[in-house]
Design a protein around this ligand. Structure first.
Ligand code: SF4
Length: 324
């Protein structure tokens, strides 16, 4: 069952001198109970996409297209309008987000327990002692070994890993059905990263969450996601199940990313893809990957390729896809 459907989404930002297109004609779905990883280089539009779904873009951003949330199979709520027009109970309650700099997203002036209590109070009505018991339980569930100390600590008194878990507790405080985690492990060491991602997997099952994992780390995406959306220069170039994209990538960019990942897995020095992603200020005509693509022909340089729709809602935008 679909819980979130993004259709022909386009996001641009208006500066004093020009309009920059950040996300272009993007469509995909998130299914109930799945983990969808959104992968791509820095600047590909991943964080903008997460913030668009949450309605957290500043006023100089222009959003077109549709973002629909399905609280039930037959009910759709449109989220893509101006933030003020959104139903208030959706954001933070039904859909929540852990931000890229999660520790930095905590209020430095309030103790962690007080911050979590504020989230509970926004969504439920209970006695103060009930809230506190619940907060201690949530901290414990998230692997914070001394919940009482964390409850009475300020964010700066915690390690990066602990602060990351407190930020996750705040996001989960409203018991959301969809969680967007934006580069949640960037500041963590390898062991803490794996523990955190395992924790997300456990919570996903225990809380019946649907998860959007925004990451530049393909290895994480391949290990933890059920579906992948590959973003490049604001375009969703390929979407499908993780197993299919891993074993039979259709888009040359997905294939090139996987080759790099294989080198890393073999402890070889990874060879980067030649060239660079086009800048937002000077968009290319045709396929945005054409300067770096070994399959490119003249039509790739002049006209953007059409969408090729595949089984199970998968798609690829390429004139010469692989493995088809
Ligand atoms: S459309 Fe052409 S340039 Fe773009 S990825 Fe496909 S083959 Fe390469």
């Amino acid at each position: 069952m679909t819980i979130l459907a993004v259709t022909e989404l386009a996001v641009s930002i208006k500066t004093s001198s020009r309009v920059l297109s950040l996300i272009k004609n993007l469509s995909f779905i998130l299914r109930q109970g799945e983990t969808l990883a959104i992968v791509g280089e820095s600047g590909s539009g991943k964080t903008t996409l997460g913030r668009t779904i949450m309605g957290l873009l500043p006023e100089n951003f222009q959003v077109n297209g549709s973002v629909k949330y399905y609280p039930h199979a037959t009910t759709a709520i449109e989220l893509s309008g101006q933030p003020k027009s959104r139903p208030k109970y959706i954001i933070g309650k039904e859909i929540a987000m852990v931000f890229q700099d999660a520790p930095g997203s905590l209020n430095p002036l309030l103790k962690c327990g007080v911050q979590l209590l504020d989230v509970f109070k926004a969504h439920t009505s209970e006695s103060l002692s009930g809230y506190k018991q619940r907060a201690l339980h949530v901290f414990e569930k998230l692997g914070l070994t001394d919940p009482a100390t964390v409850f009475s600590s300020y964010p700066h008194q915690l390690s990066g890993g602990m602060a990351q878990r407190v930020a996750l507790a705040l996001a989960l405080g409203g018991n959301p059905r969809v969680l967007i985690a934006d580069e949640p492990t960037t500041a963590l060491d390898t062991i803490a990263k794996n523990r955190y991602l395992q924790l997300l997997q456990t919570l996903k099952i225990q809380n019946s969450l649907s998860l959007i994992l925004i990451t530049h780390n393909l290895s994480e995406a391949l290990s933890y996601a059920d579906s992948l959306l590959v973003l490049y220069n604001g375009y969703g170039l390929e979407y499908g199940s993780t197993a299919t994209l891993r074993d039979q990538p259709r888009h040359p960019y997905t294939s090139d990313l996987l080759e790099i990942q294989k080198m890393i897995d073999r402890n070889q020095l990874p060879q980067p893809i030649p060239g660079e992603s086009p800048s937002l200020e000077q968009p290319l005509s045709g396929c945005p990957y054409n300067p770096r693509c070994s399959r490119a022909t003249e039509r790739c340089r002049t006209t953007f390729p059409p969408r090729l729709s595949l089984a199970n809602d998968a798609f690829v935008f390429c004139y010469y896809p692989k493995n088809i």
